[in-house]
Design a binder for this molecule. Structure first.
Ligand code: DX5
Ligand code: ZN
Length: 222
């Protein structure tokens, strides 16, 4: 069974309090929060004040995905705002190992995200040090994009590597995940499914979360 992490990027921001109410009571395992700076990615989303407000409205683990340049400058601030997991992009970190240490030093779980074109081998030398690998299955920056199917191949390679080293690293898939592909993605070994548009654009978002969970437990290999 995969964990389900709805991405708040696709919520109705005018009704964010109500969105968090149903989310908190839903079967969602984590809440995924996408921070974008208009530099690492061509879009700007939200930052620290929103993260601290969300923290006060939910007891679910907050999975913060930093799509920003120089994320090392903001690690402590996002942790203080309430992040449980801090994920940085390998492409934004020339000193990735140091950033991971910094995230752990402030008591958060450390995640590393890979863009669709970045090979999984780029993080083999830090794999022992990270808690979560976030594999992007769209080009980061926007919700509601199409899943890039080549990601499944990368996912299998990464999962095999994690197993061969006997690690507990979680693999998260982010982008274009929905009811149509949740089963295939978890069948390929994903531990966490992030879903934005598929959840929030549906009239029964909590129902979609439940269905995603069910689909991800009926694993099959293909
Ligand atoms: C994309 C973000 C994703 C996004 C996923 O840059 O990292 O977390 O919210 O949204 P969907 O599920 O709509 O592709
Ligand atoms: Zn994300």
């Amino acid at each position: 069974m995969a964990l389900i992490a709805p991405s708040l990027l696709s919520c109705d921001f005018l009704r964010i309090g109500e969105e968090l109410k149903w989310l908190d009571q839903s079967e969602a395992d984590w809440i995924h929060l996408d921070v974008m700076d208009g530099r690492f990615v061509p879009n700007i989303s939200f930052g620290l004040p929103v993260i601290s407000a969300v923290r006060r409205a939910t007891s679910k683990p907050m999975d913060v995905h930093l799509m920003i340049v120089e994320p090392e400058k903001y690690v402590e601030a996002f942790r203080e705002a309430g992040a449980d997991h801090l994920t940085v992009h390998v492409e934004a970190c020339p000193h990735l190992h140091r950033v991971i240490q910094k995230i752990h030093a402030c008591g958060a779980k450390a995640g590393v995200a890979l863009n669709p074109h970045t090979p999984v081998s780029s993080l083999y030398d830090v794999l022992e040090d990270v808690d979560i690998v976030c594999m992007m299955s769209v080009n980061p920056g926007f919700g509601g994009q199409k899943f890039i199917y080549r990601t499944l191949e990368k996912l299998r390679t990464l999962v095999a590597e994690i197993h061969s080293r006997n690690l507990n690293t979680l693999v998260e898939i982010d982008g274009g995940v929905g009811l149509q592909n949740a089963e295939v993605i978890s069948g390929a070994g994903a531990d966490v499914l992030v879903a934005g548009n598929a959840v929030f654009a549906d009239p029964d978002p909590a129902g979609v979360v439940r269905q995603l969970r069910q689909l991800s437990s009926a694993r099959f290999e293909f």
